[in-house]
Write a protein that binds this ligand. Structure first.
Ligand SMILES: NC(=O)c1ccc[n+]([C@@H]2O[C@H](COP(=O)([O-])OP(=O)(O)OC[C@H]3O[C@@H](n4cnc5c(N)ncnc54)[C@H](O)[C@@H]3O)[C@@H](O)[C@H]2O)c1
Length: 273
């Protein structure tokens, strides 16, 4: 199965909110025709509704054996939303779920034990093709299915393959929820700038550009982030003064981040029960 099969047999999205739309935007941008896409969503956003004029099938009957079904509803809506897909289970259709905390076993039970299913955890920078998605398949998926999922998901950023399903809880804590931590960091840095006397607009511009520039440098540079940090830090200088606060072993960023990521990962595990 390859992208031509997806064009021919169709791609179905169950739920097309923030995550589904971000991914669909990437796929349409890579040349998938809107006419190859079926969306089931009781409250489609304006962008999705606009795609109907280009041939997208919105809340219509589904093809008999679409190549891919992407499941992108909230975990809390799953029990209600999934039954419509049961006729497509146990067949040639590859299911990819991005829902947090819904296990491969859950989908095998709902869709049939012979269904090929991939669990994926993307993040919202997918909207600008700068996402990262981790994926893991059930026993009915092989190299072909994983390669197709890789190439679909690479339309919206990088991918990594997990060694086992349990790792997805940690991925959810690091990169799935991670953009929210970074946005909070921007908010906090800007607020701290205001407290030091800067106008709010300027503080926000400085904070956004600093986080974005540092992120891009971390990805592009040969040095690791620890060395890049050292490169900013003059002995007894201003950065060293700040890092003394941020690197405190009890109250600094590392223990705080460990607690935050553990809370997210634990919630991911709870949702799978
Ligand atoms: N937003 C993120 O950062 C992110 C990251 C990784 C994974 N996810 C996962 O993606 C999934 C979707 O999250 P989101 O942020 O896009 O949520 P969202 O609320 O923006 O989108 C969910 C969509 O599902 C639709 N929906 C509700 N009931 C439905 C039903 N019965 N049938 C079909 N569609 C239905 C809603 O109308 C909405 O458009 C979640 O399972 C979440 O765990 C989200």
């Amino acid at each position: 199965m390859d992208m031509n099969d997806v064009k021919k047999r169709g791609l179905v999205l169950l739920g097309c909110g923030k995550m589904g739309s971000a991914m669909l935007q990437g796929w349409l941008g890579q040349g998938l025709p809107a006419a190859s896409v079926w969306i089931l969503d009781p409250r489609p956003n304006d962008w999705v509704q606009g795609l109907v004029a280009e041939g997208l099938h919105l809340n219509t009957d589904l093809p008999d054996a679409p190549a891919i079904v992407l499941i992108a509803v909230k975990p809390q809506m799953m029990e209600q939303a999934l039954p419509v897909l049961t006729p497509l289970g146990n067949g040639r259709t590859l299911f990819i779920s991005v829902a947090a905390g819904k296990s491969l076993a859950f989908y095998e039970q709902a869709l049939g034990a012979d269904t090929p299913i991939i669990r994926a955890m993307p993040n919202t920078p997918a909207a600008i093709s700068r996402g990262i998605t981790a994926l893991v398949g059930n026993g009915n998926t092989g190299d072909g299915e994983l390669a197709l999922a890789d190439s679909l998901l690479q339309a919206v950023g990088q991918t990594v393959r997990l060694e086992n399903e349990a790792q997805i809880d940690a991925v959810t804590g690091v990169s799935g929820s991670g953009p929210a931590y970074v946005f909070l960091m921007i908010e906090a840095l800007a607020a701290a700038g205001v407290e030091q006397g800067l106008p709010a607009d300027m503080a926000m511009q400085l904070a956004k550009a600093t986080v974005s520039g540092a992120g891009q440098l971390a990805e592009a540079a040969d040095e690791d982030p620890a060395q890049l940090r050292v490169n900013v830090t003059s002995p007894q200088g201003t950065t060293a003064a700040a890092l003394e606060v941020l690197m405190d072993p009890e109250t600094g960023l590392t223990p705080l981040m460990k607690r935050a990521v553990a809370a997210s990962s634990d919630r991911s595990k709870e949702l799978s029960k």
